[in-house]
Design a protein around this ligand. Sequence first.
Ligand code: BTN
Length: 258
Amino acid sequence: MSFMRTEGSTLNYYAYDSLDSTNEEAKRLAEQGAPHGAVVTADMQTAGKGRRGRSWVSPPGTNIYFTLIVRPEFAPEKASMLTLIAAHALTRGIARETGVVPEIKWPNDIVIDGKKVCGILTEMSVAQNAIRHVVIGAGINVREQSFPAELADKAIALDTACGRCVDRARLLNAVLEAFREDYEDFCKTESLTGIRDSYNRLLVNRDREVCVLEPGGEYRGISRGITDTGELIVERQDGSVCRVFAGEVSVRGIYGYV
Ligand code: BTN
């Protein structure tokens, strides 16, 4: 299935001044039949959602909040790779538009100078073991003034990283184009083979000591990059090699966030 071009198409583009959450609106629109490749944006969100039940602070006039609706034909087990594709595409889109190359904290945080510039929240609807739709939401920190005090040392804005005022519409187009390319590449093999090397070059925690936090405990090891299906390869201190699945665990640098 090819990914539709969204630029210039009003049919597939839903732009709002304010929403509860672009992910929630995308799910509502998907239920009403919105097509594969549709994009939902909002200038602000009143109930922006982060991962693990957290909220995503979403003031107006400052950042980018958008959600893509995709209707893949592959099996639900493969959908977790979409989040890695999104992280790769967002990183490339940001680099193309701003000249600043961010890094990826596996599986899908995007960082600059060790601080988070973008977060991704993917949600899937499945029926009878088939994907009905997946919504991929991303928040990109663009303007500096939007951070609450508690995020000031953990988050960074693109304007700060670039030293100029980044055009939000151009940036969104660059990101959507990068996603279209990466999604089409993924659909050829239904694996990350085509982006794996590029993803690994962008991986901030590659060849670094990480702490893997699993529901049953934690261990340390050296992160060696991702597999073709998106698991993180971690060499443990006892010499064994683990493949870490996104969603089950959290990976932290041993000295801080990355
Ligand atoms: C994270 O916790 O890192 C994920 C944050 C995802 C935030 C984006 S903003 C646009 C979309 N709508 C939401 O409610 N959340 C995502």
